[in-house]
Each structure stands twice: as C-alpha cells, then as structure tokens.
Design a protein around this ligand. Structure first.
Ligand SMILES: Cc1ncc(COP(=O)(O)O)c(C=O)c1O
Length: 264
C-alpha cells in the first residue's frame, strides 16, 4: 500500500532529487554498519560473509571490509570486486555450487528483512533459535559462518522516482514512473519482492496503478495502491530496496537504471 509521508524525510528526499535527479538510489553507509552490528549481536558465534550478489556496489563492499565482514562470492567477477574493495582472500568464500573450472582455478534464501512499515521484524527471533541450536549441536571449536545478503544491503537503500506520465484507465489513475520492473524494481520479478510505495503529496486517496517507463505490458509495478492524486514530477519512493534491485536492473528500452549515491 502506498502512504503519504512528509516532514524532514520529505525535505531530505527533495534535496537529493534536486542534486541528483531521478531515478535515484540512495544507499546509507550507517544502515549497512547497523545491520552488520545487529547480525553480530544476535548471532555472536556466526561470522557474517556478505552475499555479494545482493548488491555488489563497491562502496557497500568497502563499508563491510572496514567493518571486518567476510564475503560470499558466486563468480570470479564478484571475487575480484571483493578483493578490489580490500578484502583479503581469507575473508572470501566461493560458495556458488555451480562453478566453472576457470573460476575455481583463480582460487538461498537467507535472513529476512521487512518491506512494509509496521511489519514484524523477526530476525532476532530467528537468530535466537539458531543460536540455541548452535550451542546444542556444535562444540565451541567449530567455526560457523553465514552468508547474509539482503539482511545487510536491503534496509540500506531508498529508491526515489518521479511521475513522468499519468492516464485514467477503466476509471483508475495510472501513474508512469521513471523506474520500473526492468530497472531498480527488478526484485518484483526476480526476488518476488513486494514493496511499500510512498509519496510526499497528501490528499484524498484513490486506488491507483503504478507502472514503469518501458511501454512493456510486464512493466506494471503495483496495482491497487491507495494514493492521493499525483501530478507529473511528483516523487514516489520505496525504502529498504537495497538487495536484488540495482544488482539485477537492466537498461531495457535503452532506459538506464537509477543513479546510485552513497549517503551517511
Ligand atoms: C549461496 C547463497 N548464499 C547466500 C545468498 C544470500 O541470500 P539472502 O540475500 O537472502 O541473504 C544466496 C542468495 O541467492 C545464495 O544463493
């Protein structure tokens, strides 16, 4: 469901849009550090090896290198990215079970995050059960690692888009945004993700459809969204969109994925 939001977050988003335009993905360094710390607090015996596939942005990798994390890579390209970010080979595991020999020669589904405000965040509950079982089953000498991807990168990014077109179809408002399922909302297809779409405008809401910019019938982002009437240029944004989003975005129709900026 879409929700209107304002206040200081609105001013921050407008400032970013003024500076960088849209579509824009703002990745928060402090959110990445926070998720890493949360992981370590809840799973003190488990070493996190970040699954690079979730979001291989070099600045995310650098934040994690400085935080002492390891890296789970699925290809030679990801291995190179981790090394270039400063990770030593001892901090990298090559965990893809389908590896070409050439990549070996050069040396799913994990911890959940929330996508909607008010949704129960069950990570600490799951971690408690994992810790209990680790203590029960494994001697202290056993080294235990995990490969969290979405848990680290997911909450750290906000995708900011603008309305570039509107139409009324079958009595419903359709809003066309400058990013869609072929771009940074590709997680809707590849990760079966559902997102909460927020706007800065308030007003009487009506059921609306959000679609992407590619004129392809697949590029429908969300139907049945409770939205006030939007105008061309209005901001629509999605939080917690850092995993399986920019990583799987395409330039289909020649429409480039969002610019990415790192923020504090
Ligand atoms: C081998 C492996 N490790 C880790 C992950 C990361 O999963 P998640 O992002 O859900 O934590 C994946 C995801 O596909 C995976 O295939």
């Amino acid at each position: 469901m879409a929700r209107a939001s304002a206040g200081s977050n609105g001013a921050r988003l407008r400032g970013l849009v003024q500076r960088h335009g849209t579509p824009l993905v703002a990745i928060s360094r402090s959110a990445i550090r926070m998720q890493l710390n949360r992981f370590r607090r809840a799973l003190p015996r488990v070493e996190p090896f970040y699954a690079v596939k979730a979001n291989p942005h070099p600045d995310i990798l650098k934040v994690l290198v400085s935080g002492g994390a390891g890296f789970d890579v699925a290809s030679l390209a990801e291995m190179t990215a981790a090394i270039e970010a400063g990770a030593g080979p001892e901090r990298i595991i090559f965990a893809n079970t389908i590896k070409p020999a050439r990549s070996i020669a050069a040396i799913g589904g994990g911890f959940p995050i929330t996508h909607f405000d008010g949704e129960e965040d069950v990570f600490e509950k799951i971690a408690k059960i994992i810790m209990r079982e680790i203590e029960r089953l494994f001697d202290r000498k056993v080294r235990i690692i995990a490969e969290p991807g979405r848990f680290i990168a997911g909450p750290a990014a906000t995708l900011i888009m603008r309305v570039i077109g509107k139409a009324i179809r079958e009595n419903k408002h359709w809003y066309y945004l400058d990013d869609g399922v072929y771009g940074d909302l590709s997680g809707i297809i590849f990760d079966h993700a559902q997102y909460e779409f927020k706007v800065l405008r308030s007003g009487r809401s009506q059921l609306s459809t959000l679609a992407g910019p590619t004129c392809d019938s697949l590029d429908i982002i969300a139907r049945g969204q409770d939205l006030p009437e939007l105008e061309i240029g209005d901001i629509v944004y999605v939080e917690r969109v850092g995993a399986y989003s920019t990583a799987t975005a395409t330039a289909f129709n020649g429409i480039a994925p969002a610019k990415i900026v790192m923020v504090a």
